[in-house]
Ligand binder design. Structure first.
Ligand SMILES: Nc1nc2c(ncn2[C@@H]2O[C@H](COP(=O)(O)OP(=O)(O)OP(=O)(O)O)[C@@H](O)[C@H]2O)c(=O)[nH]1
Length: 395
């Protein structure tokens, strides 16, 4: 399962984000994994399930379908304890860095209302500039990885020269265990002074920053968007950064809980809710719901929680969803389940690569693939598109 790290300084709403993203649908899922670990749990990205268009009733196995919306599982990791200087052992130290190595993408939760100082202590609303927090977290992660890259660097560089080694491969080996791929390093090295013996500390730090931007992109979750003044900060943040989602984890939690109690009709990601049982709500509850409707849903289009997860997977990581089936006429697996699995694959993948993602055995024994919608055999270098239903034949 793809892992997403939820990071940020204390008190910005990481736990609220984590809880609101993982709490609601878990009980609806018919698979056993809910909480994986104390700080890990299953969340979902959402996409259109092909069941409506094909007019079939699906029987999802690895995912969930709610009224034509397919929920594909991902893993969220709540990374606590990031304060300035954490890479040097401040706060909880660098224990959290293990979690960062596993994650493919970071959701950086910030307090857009500016009501927590740089270490996460509560301060007057608007008295802290949240833009400062973005820089600090980027810096912590860059400096942590720079620390790994810089270990024995001088000795390493001498060896590269003496043995005519490939610098990208050497950096890759040095960073092994951080989840960075060789292609990411090759891409980051473009535009760099090719004579690595001339690199200074600042160049190495800059290279680390580039590698991280490519290999582990970051989405800024501008949380507490419901509080006064947050909107102005969000505008300023958007001017400087491209990947920003305004969010209110507390609003999402309130809506999800009200929906679970049958008081409202609401599905994560919705732009509105419907009050089902007004007589069961007191005046304060109605006021709170109306506050969320006006200040979050109407203003930003959603609470931002589902949007952040979807954006991280589909835009930052460039993934698409493909549905493998065995019977291309009935869209079923061998047990007769219709559209059983929705699988996340990188955009640009071909059917043979999909086979390997499903299982290495299927990859090894791949013969050909069929586009089940068109009932047509497709070339093994065909570029899969989002929503494809593919049947793979093996030998
Ligand atoms: N107004 C508002 N408050 C929020 C929101 N999200 C979280 N909070 C509040 O912010 C405080 C901190 O929230 P947490 O979710 O515990 O924050 P955290 O980042 O996990 O904090 P640590 O566990 O200390 O790292 C709590 O009082 C929450 O109720 C939000 O969207 N809006």
């Amino acid at each position: 399962m793809i892992q997403i790290a939820v990071t940020g300084k204390p008190n910005v709403g990481k736990s609220s984000f984590f809880n609101s993203a993982t709490a609601s649908k878990v009980e609806m899922a018919n698979y056993p994994f809910t909480t994986i670990d104390a700080n890990k749990a299953v969340a979902h990205v959402t996409c259109k399930c092909p069941c409506k268009e094909l007019n079939v009733t699906c029987n999802p196995r690895n995912s969930i379908c709610i009224d034509g919306t397919r929920l594909i599982p991902i893993e969220l990791i709540d990374v606590a304890g990031l304060v300035p200087g954490a890479h040097e052992g401040k706060g909880l130290g660098n224990k959290f860095l293990d979690d960062l190595t596993q994650a493919k993408v970071f959701l950086h939760v910030i307090d857009a209302s500016g009501s927590t100082d740089e270490e996460g202590n509560p301060v007057d609303l608007g008295s802290h500039d949240p833009l400062e927090d973005i820089g600090f977290l980027e810096n912590e992660i860059v400096m942590w990885m720079y620390g790994i890259l810089n270990r024995n660097w001088t000795r390493l560089i001498r060896k590269v020269g003496a043995e005519h080694l490939d610098i990208s491969k050497v950096i890759y080996d040095q960073l092994s265990g951080t989840g960075i791929m060789l292609e990411d390093i090759i891409e980051a090295l473009r535009g760099f002074e090719p004579d690595y013996t001339k690199w200074e500390e600042k160049d190495l730090i800059e290279l680390t920053r580039k590698i991280l931007n490519i290999a582990k992109p970051m989405l800024i979750v501008a949380n507490k968007a419901d509080l006064p003044g947050a909107d102005k900060n969000i505008e300023r943040i958007k001017e400087k950064y491209s990947n920003v989602v305004p969010a209110s984890a507390e609003s999402e939690l309130a809506l999800v809980r009200a929906a679970e109690s049958g008081l409202i009709k609401y599905v994560s990601g919705d732009s509105d809710f419907e009050i089902l049982n007004p007589e069961k709500l007191n005046a304060n509850q109605i006021k709170a719901l109306e506050y969320i409707r006006t200040n979050i849903l109407e203003k930003y289009g959603s609470t931002g929680i589902q949007e952040a997860l979807n954006k991280a997977i589909f835009e930052l990581l460039n993934m698409i969803v493909v549905y493998p089936v065995q019977d291309e006429h009935k869209f079923t697996d061998q047990k007769g389940n219709v559209l059983p699995d929705g699988i996340l694959v990188p955009k640009g993948s071909n059917p043979h690569e999909l086979a390997y993602i499903i299982h290495s055995d299927i990859g090894d024994k791949f013969m050909f693939a069929v586009d089940a919608r068109k009932n047509m055999r497709i070339a093994s270098d065909y570029e899969l598109i989002d929503g494809d239903i593919i049947s793979i034949t093996t030998h």
